[in-house]
Design a protein around this ligand. Sequence first.
Ligand code: NAD
Ligand code: TDX
Length: 350
Amino acid sequence: MRTCLVTGGAGFIGSNFVRYTLSHYDDVRMVNLDALTYAANPASLDSVRDDPRYEFVHGNICDRALVRRIVDEYRPDYVVNFAAESHVDRSIENPAAFVETNVLGTISLLDAVRDAWASPRASFASTHRYLQVSTDEVYGSLSLDAPREKFHPDSPLDPRSPYSASKASADQFVNAYAETYGLPVNISRCSNNYGPYQHVEKFIPRQVTNLLNGGRGKLFGDGLNVRDWIHVEDHCSAIWAILTRGAPGRTYLVGADCERSNREVLTAILQAMGREPNDFDYVRDRPGHDRRYALDASATRAELGWEPAHRDFLAGLRETIAWYENNSSWWEGEKDKTEAWYEGVGKRGR
Ligand code: NAD
Ligand code: TDX
């Protein structure tokens, strides 16, 4: 039995990863450490709660004593750090919270595994792996005028929001621990995820739930910003491939070659939901709004033999819409709070 400690496993990608791993691999125990912030939803883990291979620990990755205790008690083979403040708009309101969890929380985890995994000779077992779940946003923004340009693993880091600055900083610490202490690490940098269990503050769930509630879509700025979409299950299978087959120390890009402007995505959602094409409002733009993300994951595919399974974006979008339609109890509790928060941001002028 291998033990995998995931942090942030009650959030969007983490909960998908816990379910994905337990349903695909019999010999894995999942321990989930999550602080249950506003972004978490314990109901995302209802289907695994009674699985004897699943354990939940309520706690903060910044609590260094707790993290050490958990690592000492469960002796994980793998640690996958999903825990983060993840919303760019919230990072513009309160950058310090992002430094706290995304940077200091990562260091707390790195220190604990470094000390627990080092043998008396300070070498690490080949089975141990720390995986930092990062983002393509650390590379900054591409231009709409150079459509063939993409991010590569060694593109220069150029974070432009407090969120991406905190993620890039955490990544630098992960690499520093690999160099300095020989810690067996990987970094995965993935593009925009979509699928079930994503918080209603994020683009696709916000549009879908606005429309389900009889409201309208909301496009920031001119709606021409481009994101590179991947189904969350494909991100999960890539993480597993990196954990189990990746070379220690390497950074892997994860993406599915699916660039769409926000306007195109919203148009597809409106059509799939039987609404008029103009059932949306252009709203105030996000300050410093990155124009375009696109990444080249060919090295990850070639090296790990990983391939995304969800290749039809419109089909995945329709399934995601159906999931929100059929699971309104999962998101209703957060919807009004989230829209009130967006309204407050607008009033504060940020
Ligand atoms: P999310 O906001 O849905 O979930 C974050 C989870 O982390 C929540 O369950 C929350 O309770 C937990 N958490 C927050 N602070 C914590 C703390 N201090 N201690 C313990 N738990 C804490 O985020 P997500 O969209 O699932 O993203 C997961 C990871 O993937 C993040 O690191 C994010 O940067 C990265 N990522 C996300 C995307 C995307 O499109 N969503 C793309 C690339 C990378
Ligand atoms: O109502 C909206 N209208 C709108 O036009 C919202 C919420 C967003 N947008 C735009 C902003 C972005 O161009 O849609 C795009 C996607 O927005 P988000 O869902 O907030 O994602 P993004 O800012 O691209 O960041 C996401 O992908 C990378 C995740 O939130 C990050 O955690 C991840 O690292």
